[in-house]
Design a protein around this ligand. Structure first.
Ligand SMILES: NC(=O)c1ccc[n+]([C@@H]2O[C@H](COP(=O)([O-])OP(=O)(O)OC[C@H]3O[C@@H](n4cnc5c(N)ncnc54)[C@H](O)[C@@H]3O)[C@@H](O)[C@H]2O)c1
Length: 260
C-alpha cells in the first residue's frame, strides 16, 4: 500500500467557530491542502466580518469557500444548516468541531449559567454537530471528524472547572463516536492544543507579562505560547487519507505541557 499523502483535493470541509482564532487558521490550512471549505460562526456583525475575511483567504487558495451563521448551542439549527452547506459544497467529508468558549472562575464561584454555556458550546454543540455530519457521511462511507479539545482534556487547571470538564468529556466522546462510526468509514479524533495565541485567549487572560512568563517557564517546555498555524499539520493529517487507521485518538499539540 503506497503512502496516501496529505492532499485534500476534492474534499469538502466545514469548520465551526471559524470567524477568528484557531478555527479561522485551520479553515485556511485545509484549503491550502486542497479542500473546499465552509466556515460558520455565531450570527453577529463581527463574526460575519471575520467569516468573510476567511472565505476570501480560502478563495485566494483557489478553493471554494462559503460562510454561514451557526450558533452550535442552537441544536435545532445544526442539522438544516449542515445539510444546506453540504448541498452548496457538493458533500461533506470533514468536520472540524472548533467552536468553543472559556469562562474562568474559582470552582466556588461558578454559576449554573457559566457551567451551561461552556458545556452547551464545547460538548453538547460538538456532539450534535458530529451527529449531523455523520448522518451526511454514512451514506458516502467516508468521513473525518476532528474535535478541537485541549491539553486540559488530560490535566486539570485551576479556575477552569467547566472548561476542563467539557474538554475531558469531548476527548472521551471522541472515543465513543470513533467506536460507533468506524464501520462507516468515519474516523473521529481530537486535537489537544496547548496555549495558543488567539483573540479568545488574549481576552480571557488578564495576567501581566511577568505572570505569563512565570507560568510558561514552569508549565510549557516550549517556553512560549503556540501560534494557530502550528496546529494545521495535525488537522490536515487527521483529515487526510493517510489517517484512515487513526481513530479515537487525542493528538496533543501542546509544546510539551502534558509531558511534564
Ligand atoms: N487558544 C488556546 O490556547 C486554546 C487551547 C486549547 C484549546 N482551544 C480550543 O480551540 C477552539 C478555538 O479557540 P480560540 O482560542 O481560537 O478561541 P476564539 O475565542 O479566539 O475563537 C472561538 C470562535 O468560536 C466562536 N464561537 C463561540 N461560541 C460559539 C457558538 N456557540 N457557536 C458558534 N461559534 C461559536 C466565537 O465566535 C469565535 O469566533 C476552542 O474550542 C478552544 O477551547 C484553544
Amino acid at each position: 500500500m503506497p503512502f496516501a499523502g496529505l492532499d485534500l483535493t476534492g474534499r469538502k470541509a466545514l469548520v465551526t467557530g471559524a470567524a477568528r482564532g484557531i478555527g479561522a487558521t485551520l479553515a485556511v490550512g485545509l484549503a491550502q491542502a486542497g479542500a473546499d471549505v465552509a466556515v460558520t460562526d455565531m450570527a453577529s456583525d463581527e463574526s460575519w466580518e471575520g467569516l468573510s475575511g476567511v472565505v476570501m483567504r480560502i478563495r485566494n487558495e483557489g478553493q471554494v469557500g462559503l460562510a454561514a451563521d451557526l450558533d452550535v448551542q442552537d441544536v435545532a439549527e445544526i442539522r438544516p444548516t449542515m445539510r444546506r452547506i453540504a448541498d452548496e459544497l457538493g458533500g461533506l467529508d470533514i468536520l472540524v468541531n472548533n467552536a468553543g468558549i472559556r469562562r474562568r472562575a474559582p470552582a466556588l464561584q461558578v454559576t449554573e449559567e457559566d457551567w451551561d454555556a461552556v458545556m452547551d458550546t464545547n460538548l453538547k454543540g460538538a456532539f450534535f454537530c458530529a451527529q449531523a455530519a455523520a448522518r451526511l457521511m454514512i451514506p458516502q462511507e467516508f468521513g473525518r471528524i476532528i474535535n478541537i479539545a485541549s491539553q486540559m482534556a488530560l490535566v486539570g487547571s485551576v479556575n477552569r472547572a467547566a472548561y476542563c470538564a467539557s474538554k475531558g468529556g469531548l476527548a472521551n466522546l471522541t472515543r465513543v463516536l470513533a467506536l460507533e462510526w468506524a464501520q462507516h468509514g468515519i474516523t473521529v479524533n481530537a486535537i489537544g492544543p496547548g496555549p495558543t495565541t488567539t483573540p479568545g485567549l488574549l481576552e480571557a487572560d488578564d495576567r501581566d507579562a511577568d505572570e505569563l512568563r512565570a507560568e510558561l517557564a514552569v508549565k510549557m517546555p516550549l517556553g512560549r505560547r503556540m501560534e494557530p498555524e502550528e496546529l494545521v499539520g495535525a488537522a490536515v493529517y487527521l483529515a487526510s487519507n493517510s489517517a484512515g487507521a487513526t481513530t479515537g485518538h487525542l493528538l496533543v499539540v501542546d509544546g510539551g505541557w502534558t509531558a511534564l
